[in-house]
Every structure is written in C-alpha cells, then in structure tokens.
Design a protein around this ligand. Structure first.
Ligand code: GLG
Length: 819
C-alpha cells in the first residue's frame, strides 16, 4: 500500500458526502434509485475533485520552482480505464472500496461501468500512456498533449465472422468523470489564407500569415496521478470547436451561408481518431488534426513559459518537446513561425532555440507508415509553414553540399522535399534535421534506423541518433491487472516493487522452490479461470483451464503474422484428423485484434480465424484438444484479463519489422513464455531471461534481407513441405465455410502468388517445430513453473520507469521535482 500518496487526505465521511452530492446534483439520481452507472459516475467525480486539487498544486509548484519539463506530444494516448488505476496510485483502493460498501455499492462492479477511453490505435498510443504514468510516478515534470476525440478507436463486433465497425462514444451522454474543462487555457488556431510581406516600424522587411479562418481549441485535462506521491500531471486534450462567424474572408465577402458550412467542416477536426496503425492515410482532415494539435500545444507551452516569468530566449533551457512519431512534426515550423513572425527573433536565433527544444521518437521502419504530406496541401492549409519548411530544407541542402560536394543522389535522398509528379514533404527527414535527438524504441530497431533508414544522417549528425528501449508500467500491467501475482511478489520481495521494479529480481531465488512454484501456478490457474469465465459468459464457449492458453493480442497486420499462427492451427487440425500417432496437449489459441477498416487482407485474416474457430470448437473428432477464440473488441480493459491468463505469448513478426512491441513485455512479466522471432524487444528479453527461458525461432534480420535479395520463392516451401501444403490447401476448400469453397482463399493467394511479403512460409517449419517443443515442455509443470517465475523475475528492465529515466538522463536532462 502506498505510504506517501494521498491517503492521509482521505476523509471517508466527506468523500461519501461528495459522492451523494454528485449523485443528486450532477446526475439527478437518488441513492435508492441510482443505477450502477450513476454510482460509478458520482464516485468518479468525487475522486476527480481530489486529483484536480493536486493537479493545480503541482502546476503551481513547478511554475514557482522554474523546473525544466518535458512536453510529450502525441496524437494518441491509449490510456484505458482510469478509475481503478488512479485509486491504486492514490493509495485509496481499499478506503474507497470500504466507503462504497457502506453505501451499498461494490467497487469491483462499479469499475466495470467505465468505458475505456480508447484514444489510440495500439502500441504507440499505449506507450504514451505508460510514459505519462512513469513520469508522474517518478515526478519528472511533464505535460502530455493530445486530442480530445469525440469518438475513439471504433468498436469491433463480428457478424458471420466478419469485422463490423461501430463508433466509440467513449464519454457517453454524461461526459467522462475524470476530465476537467480548462476554459482559461483555450487557444485560437488559424488555417488557410496567404502570406504577405510588409515593412515593420523599424524598416525591416518581414513576412506574416494572413489566415483565412480560425477555429477554437478547448482544453480538457485528465489527471495523471503519481503512484505513491502527491504529484498529478495533466494529460491535456484539445477539442476543436468552430467559432462563428467563421470563415473570415467568406463572411466579409457576404457569403454568410458558405461561412457557416466551413464551420461545420472545422467542427469535425477532433471528431474521430484515424483508425490506422502503422499506416498513413494522407487525408486533409488528418493534417488539420495534426496542425490543430500542434498549434494548441505549442501556444500552451509558450503561455506556461511566459506566465512563469521566463524569457523566450530561455525556452530550450526550461522546456523540451518530445514528438511521438512524426504525427506532431508540424509543431517544428509552428514554433519557428512564432519565433520569427511574432517574437521577430531572426532565423539563426529562432533555429537555435527550436532545434534545441525538439526531440523525435521513431516507431517504425515500414515505408507505408513513414509520413509524407503533399506540398500543395500544406501550401494551401498552412502557407507560412510551407515557406519555413522550404527555408529549413534550403539551409540543410547547403550542409549536404558541403559534406558531399556535387553528389545529387545523396541530396535527392536526404532532401525534406521529395521530388516527383507531386512534390511531397518527408516528415521524418524534417524531424531528423530539426531536432537534437532521435531515438528508436529497442536496441535492434535503433541499429536499423542508423544502418538502413538514416545512414547519411547518422554520418552528418554524429550522436543524434540513439536508442531508448520501450517499457510498460508495472502498476497497471502487474499490480492492478494481476492482484494474485502481486500479493505473491510482495510477500517475497516487499511491497515497494511497483515503483522499483529492480526488486522483482528477488523472485529469482524462489524459481526452484516447489512450494512457491505451486502457488505461482495456482495464481496462473485462477487467472485462466477468470478469462475462461469471461469467454463463457460473453461468447458461450467452454474452455478447459488445463489446456495451454496461447495468446496473440495486437493490431491485425501482415507483418505481425497472425496468419502464421493460423497456419499452425490448420496444421494441428490436419494432423489431429489424419495422423493417428499425433498427440498434443490441449491448447486454446486466443486472438484479439482490430483491423484498420480499409485493410482488406487484415479483415480476411480475421474472417478466416473466426471461421476456423467455429469449426474446430464444435468438431467432436478433435476431442476438445484444439480451441480457437477470437475475442471481439480487444481493448485495454480486456488486455488486463488476457495478459495474466497466458501460458504462451505469441511475438512472431518478421524479423526487422516490429520496432519493439510492448505486449511481449506485459506477457512475460505476468509469467507467460514467449514464442518469438529475433525482432524488436524480443531480442533484449532473451538477453534478460536467457535462451532456455524463451522460445526463439525463425529467420534473423539479415537472413530475411538476403533471402529477399536472392529472390524469395514461396512455392519452394509449399512444394517441399507436405504439412505446410496441407494447411494452405485447407484454405481453398469449404472445410470451414460449408457450401462456400474459396471464401478463405485470399490468404493462400497472397502467400503463394502474392509473393508472401512477410516470409510466412519461410518461417513456418521452424515455428511448427518450436510449438512442438512448447507442447512437450508444458507437460513438465515443474520446469514450466520455473521458467515462468524466471520470466517474471527477470523483466525489470522493461518497466517504463526505466525507459523514462533513460529519456530523462540521456535526452531530456530532466530532474525530478517532488510536491
Ligand atoms: C509502434 C511499433 C511497435 C512499438 C510501438 C511503441 O509498431 O513495435 O512497440 O510503436 O514504440 N505503431 C506502433 O505501435
């Protein structure tokens, strides 16, 4: 139980009175008639009163101390439900459970009333959420800046096995109890228009943006509550509202109706999160979202800086801005514009400040995810920013010319502007040129960023490209989601491990202790039962918790290779039915994944897994040995049930494609053994746990590259491997779609005739062999328990507290400030 948190401030009677007051005055209910939802909302409001007080106190303290802080800019924060987690951080979980019990309410049930704020797609957004948690836990001064989407990531359901998307109105009708409106922080944001030259009062030639219209940015703060301390940092989410009269020029032209139409359009800016993961879309509205986010955030950073009495020249000493991927890159020309056109600093001074303020995190090497924006679009929406980008590039090209005189090829490659029929702005190049640090998210990934993505930049700016390996917060991903394991850990290593995950290494010496093994496995069994109960209740599928629970949960993407997993399932199915000598330990394969609505093959893979599930789950010939469960609407709150229940964690991306992964870390902490490729953070996890405690298979990065260079032929594998052939050919039949052969053929076609871009077939045999090894090892429960315990014990490196300390020490140069 946290000792230094907000516990001492807790006054039960006052808290109960606040809940009752909100029940009646905010939600118009009475204690005897209120629904569970109203109770949850009233309780949330009462708790938010405590956190808001501390948020204001933290803000004041940091301003007074002139503390250096980080501003984490991200288009996504996949925070998940806040109530349970905040109760833990506040140290109030038991107190509030008790207070609510006295009011006739069960806390666990009330927590289920909260809808997940799903303001992100996947790993990138969830990382931002873990980072905010770790900043607050360690009291590194920080503000998170994001967007207040009206609709988060779509809700997924399956209709006859196919994904159907529905809007996610995460705030409900009543609004989200933890959010607080900050009207005094509102910003005005300009768009469109043109640039004009003018001579200022000192006779200096200047340029300025004459916008075509403006919109209003409204600030909502969500509290990020520091674990076991009093600090509360804001996650500041901007909502776009259109202010009337709207289009300045059209209104003045007398086009009143037209002006109102634009208002409708701009009212859409923060309506919905773009549902693409690792894929850019290039839509004008998305660029508008990005700029709106950056304009509000940069203006707010400058407001804070000045309100604390600091000069603009000292900006980079007191503030650093971390760009989570290239999505907020337009913040760079925005700050430059303000420094040049409003502060009138002159290019060199403005550049010095700006380039010492920004740092950038790269999350992917996939070409389809590297953002480019058409010059024409930027020119139209943000004409002054386009000028500034050109100027940055012009000066940068001079540097390239000095370094590689006369080498036009290298210029073409490095230029921020990509030439072609449509000139495009390469956002990653703009970032590398304009920041003081660029990091990848795992050791392997960062090496590939240097070696393959930006080798010349690495030469040009030695030391700028670095690594910070990702991490996850042990508060949500062990303590909150796995109370059974948490109790066991605390008993052995003391109860301060959630804030000091190094302590968890103390479990290592119990790995061979039989009594401990039994208790550890009993906790695993309880967690498997909790998941089985959920599946029974929500999907009507009965599961045996003696089976191996094998789980792959992540976005649906070819590079993540859910279809490799599927092919192994098909191979098992084939062998169970055709090979009388074949035996396997019962296994349940779980999937959870959303596909981007426009990603046809990803949706085909979901359909195929669902169809295979339907068949195998009801086929008496399989004797219950094989089950497949595709959990619909995978989200943070379901992840909290899935990670603790896993025996096997699937991390099977094509080597070189998964920058880091973070689910891999959550599984291992909770005692699942990984089957994985030498990709992303799997490589470092193997280093930590040792090769005996992880199941590595498949081609290495350079083997992948070599095979592709030599000319990869998927048919070679198809013809050489009868099991692979059997699995693939099942997709052509109507085995899983009775009466409709060929409904699953798209996957087979993509792998054989489509060239198998992610080398699924090349890794198939080794994958199957490694799964067999897992099957054999699981049968020896003592050895399995030992390995699982060691996985928990040896994961301390992957706490996001460590990641944040790496950023703070090596990049941001931040010091903690306690309240
Ligand atoms: C990316 C990558 C993941 C990475 C995550 C956080 O694909 O490998 O773990 O960011 O850095 N789009 C993502 O989820």
């Amino acid at each position: 139980m946290p000792k230094n948190g907000q516990t001492q401030q807790f006054d039960k009677a006052a808290f109960q009175a606040a809940v009752e007051k909100h029940l009646t005055t905010t939600y118009a209910s009475t204690a005897d008639t209120a629904t569970a939802r109203s109770w949850y909302l009233a309780m949330g409001k009462a708790l938010a009163e405590i956190s808001t007080g501390n948020l204001l106190a933290t803000e004041k303290n940091l301003a007074e101390q002139k503390a250096r802080s980080v501003n984490y800019l991200s288009l996504e924060f996949l925070i998940g439900r806040l109530t349970g987690n905040n109760l833990i951080s506040m140290g109030l979980y038991e107190n509030v459970a008790d207070a609510m019990e006295e009011m006739g309410q069960n806390l666990t049930d009330l927590l289920e009333e909260e809808r997940d704020p799903a303001l992100g797609n996947g790993g990138l957004g969830r990382l931002a959420a873990c980072f905010m948690d770790s900043l607050a836990a360690q009291e590194y001064p920080a503000v998170g800046y994001g967007l207040h989407y009206e609709y988060g990531l779509f809700r997924q359901s399956f209709v006859d096995g196919r994904q159907v998307e529905a809007p996610d109105a995460w705030r409900g009708l009543e609004g989200y109890p933890w959010e607080v409106l900050r009207p005094e922080l509102n910003q005005e944001v300009s768009l469109y228009g043109h640039v004009e030259a003018y001579t200022d009062e000192n006779g200096v030639e200047c340029r300025r943006w004459v916008p075509g219209m403006t919109v209003e940015g409204v600030a909502w703060d969500l509290p990020i509550v520091g674990y076991d301390n009093k600090s509360v940092y804001p996650l500041r989410l901007w909502e776009c509202r259109s202010n009337a009269p709207f289009s300045l020029s059209r209104f003045n032209d007398g086009d009143y109706v037209g002006a109102q139409y634009s208002a409708l359009e701009a009212g859409n800016v923060t309506k919905v999160l773009y549902p693409n993961d690792n894929h850019e879309q290039g839509k004008a509205l998305r660029l508008m979202q990005q700029y709106f986010h950056c304009a509000c955030s940069v203006a707010d950073i400058l407001r804070r800086h000045e309100a604390a009495g600091n000069s603009i020249e000292s900006l980079s000493e007191l503030e650093t801005i971390q760009l989570n991927d290239t999505h907020p890159t337009i913040a760079i020309p925005e700050l430059m514009r303000i420094l040049l056109d409003e502060y009138k600093l002159g290019w060199d001074k403005a550049w010095e400040i700006s380039s010492k303020t920004f740092a950038y995190t790269n999350h992917t090497l996939l070409p389809e995810a590297l953002e480019t924006w058409s010059e024409a679009l930027i020119q139209q929406m943000l004409p002054r920013h386009m000028e500034i980008i050109f100027e940055i590039n012009h000066r940068f090209m001079k540097l390239v010319e000095q370094t590689w005189p006369g080498n036009n090829e290298v210029k073409r490659k490095l230029s921020i502007i990509q030439e072609g029929p449509q000139r495009m702005v390469r956002m990653a190049n703009l970032c590398v040129v304009s920041t003081y640090a660029v990091n990848g998210v795992a050791a392997l990934h960062s090496e590939l960023v240097k070696r393959d993505l930006f080798p010349e930049f690495n030469e040009l700016f030695p030391g700028r490209l670095t690594n910070v390996t990702n991490g996850v917060t042990p508060r949500r991903w062990i303590k909150y989601c796995n109370p059974g394991l948490s109790t066991l850990i605390s008993e052995k290593v003391g109860d301060d491990w959630p804030a000091n995950l190094e302590k968890i290494a103390g479990l290592e010496k119990f790995a061979d202790d039989e009594a401990f093994q039994k208790r550890y496995m009993a906790v695993k069994k309880e967690n498997k039962q909790r998941l089985a109960d959920w599946v029974q209740e929500n999907m009507g599928i009965e599961l045996d918790t003696d089976a191996i629970f094998d789980i792959q949960i992540k976005r649906l993407h070819e590079y993540k290779r859910q279809h490799l997993n599927l092919l192994n399932i098909l191979a098992l199915y084939h062998r169970l039915l055709n090979d009388p000598t074949f035996d396997m330990h019962p296994r349940v394969f779980f999937f959870g994944a959303k596909a981007a609505p426009g990603y046809a093959l990803a949706k085909d893979i979901i359909f195929a897994i669902n169809k295979v599930a339907e068949k195998v789950n009801n086929d008496p010939r399989l004797g219950g040995k094989l089950k497949v469960v595709f959990i619909p609407d995978y989200r943070v709150s379901l992840a909290e049930i899935l990670f603790p229940a896993a025996d096997v964690s699937e991390q099977i991306s094509t080597a070189g494609k998964e920058a880091s992964g973070t689910g891999n870390m959550k599984f291992a902490m909770n005692g699942a053994l990984t089957i994985g490729t030498m990709d992303g953070a799997n490589v470092e996890m193997r280093e930590e746990v040792g090769d005996e405690n992880i199941f590595i298979f498949g081609l290495l990065v350079d083997e992948v590259l070599k095979l592709k260079q030599e000319g990869y032929d998927p048919y070679r594998y198809y013809h050489a491997d009868s099991l692979l052939r059997a699995a693939l050919d099942l997709l052509e039949t109507d085995e899983f779609t009775p009466g409709n052969p060929g409904q699953l053929a798209a996957i087979r076609h993509n792998l054989l005739d489509g060239g198998d871009p992610y080398l699924v077939l090349a890794d198939f045999a080794d994958y199957v062999k490694t799964q067999e090894k897992i099957d054999a090892e699981y049968r020896d429960q003592k050895t399995w328990a030992r390995k699982a315990i060691l996985n928990t014990a040896l994961m301390s490196k992957f706490s996001s507290d460590r990641s944040i300390r790496d950023y703070a020490n090596n990049i941001w140069k931040l010091e903690p400030v306690s309240l």
